[in-house]
Design a protein around this ligand. Structure first.
Ligand code: UDP
Ligand code: MG
Length: 323
């Protein structure tokens, strides 16, 4: 029997993992909305009543943690994890997922600010019941984002594709993962986390649900331009050695130019058109440039290999065995 046939939904324990960095303005409302969703799912026997919300306070400096403590005491589903310092969104999410996988069968990650439609969660659970191990929440449109954010994001996806990195267009970190998918994810030991790039490497059957992304409910974005840029650079350099490899081809191009220059120099020399010293100067300029560039490219190739080895990523993920 396939595993998907044995997914008894009413025993299903759901964890909703929410990274929070200075989110005192939204936490109460987020709890109300997520509680509603869990209540609804419990009612429909889609998940069990031991399901929970796991807030991860990412070194917040405001009242975030005390609000989580209070909600844990006064509301049925809230649990919390407090990181000792600000470790960044991706690390906070990872902390929540790896703690949550010990307690739940299926985990949904969502931002604290209610920009992602919480009503997509029941649909994600349905997709899980149909056999998907990873369900991506995909934004239908980006009307609520500024022109700037929309276009920089689009450019980012294009560059990622060009660099050969697989990622789901218009999907951020709103997704459902089964426990076994999270377990495999936890085997990626790298420090520079870019979850959107890693998750397609997990494999399994995946699905998408579409939703409209709203405005931040309250508070300010925790991703200023500076953080966005470093996130993008990190995403590209964590997955692709293409940028260093390009130097090799640039070097080859320079050598080609050196060869063309060589022909031209000889031609000018024979016709006595050249100023003295020009020929040797031009030639050595392109030739040395080309040698240095290809040299860097070769070093880059080795460096890239070392980089990939150092990450020590798992090589494959076994889904079923008939041994
Ligand atoms: N976040 C975090 N640590 C950080 C920055 C952000 O845990 O260092 C959380 C934040 O609380 C929110 C989520 O990551 O739940 C996404 O942040 P935000 O909504 O500010 O990003 P935006 O939607 O503006 O891209
Ligand atoms: Mg947001």
């Amino acid at each position: 029997m396939k595993e998907t046939d044995t997914r008894y939904m009413s025993d299903l324990k759901l964890a909703i993992v929410v990274p929070c960095y200075n989110e005192e303005a939204v936490l109460r409302e987020t709890t109300v909305r997520l509680t509603e969703v869990i209540d609804q799912l419990v009612e429909a026997s889609a998940v069990c009543p031991h399901s929970f919300i796991l807030y991860v306070s990412d070194g917040s400096t405001d009242a975030t943690w005390s609000i989580i403590e209070e909600l844990h005491r006064t509301t049925p589903y809230v649990r919390g994890l407090k990181l000792a310092r600000n470790s960044g969104h991706q690390n906070a999410l990872m902390a929540g997922l790896s703690a949550g996988k010990e307690l739940a069968d299926v985990l949904v990650s969502i931002d604290a600010d209610l920009q992602d439609d919480v009503m997509a969660i029941p649909e994600m659970i349905t997709r899980y019941a149909d056999g998907a191990d990873i369900v991506y929440g995909v934004r239908r449109e980006r009307k609520s984002d500024t022109w700037f954010k929309r276009n920089t994001a689009l450019m980012f996806y294009r560059v990622m594709r060009f660099m050969g990195i697989e990622s789901v267009y218009n999907h951020a970190d709103y997704r459902l993962m089964s426990r076994r998918a999270v377990e495999y994810l936890c085997r990626f030991r790298e420090r520079n986390l870019f979850l959107r790039g890693i998750i397609p490497l997990v494999g399994y059957h995946t699905a998408c649900v579409y939703y409209n992304r709203g405005k931040r409910f309250a508070g300010e974005s925790k991703y200023p331009f500076r953080k966005m840029l470093s996130f993008a650079v990190n995403g590209i350099t964590s997955f692709s050695v293409k940028p260093i490899r390009m130097f090799f081809f640039l070097g080859l191009m320079f050598l080609l130019i050196a060869f063309a220059t060589f022909c031209y120099v000889i031609y000018s020399y024979i016709r006595h058109q050249a100023v003295e010293g020009w020929a040797s100067l031009m030639l050595s300029l392109w030739f040395i440039g080309g040698c240095i560039m290809t040299g860097i490219g070769v070093i880059g190739e080795y460096l890239g290999k070392i980089y990939i080895e150092v990450k020590d990523r798992p090589r494959y993920n076994v889904e079923e065995e008939l041994l």
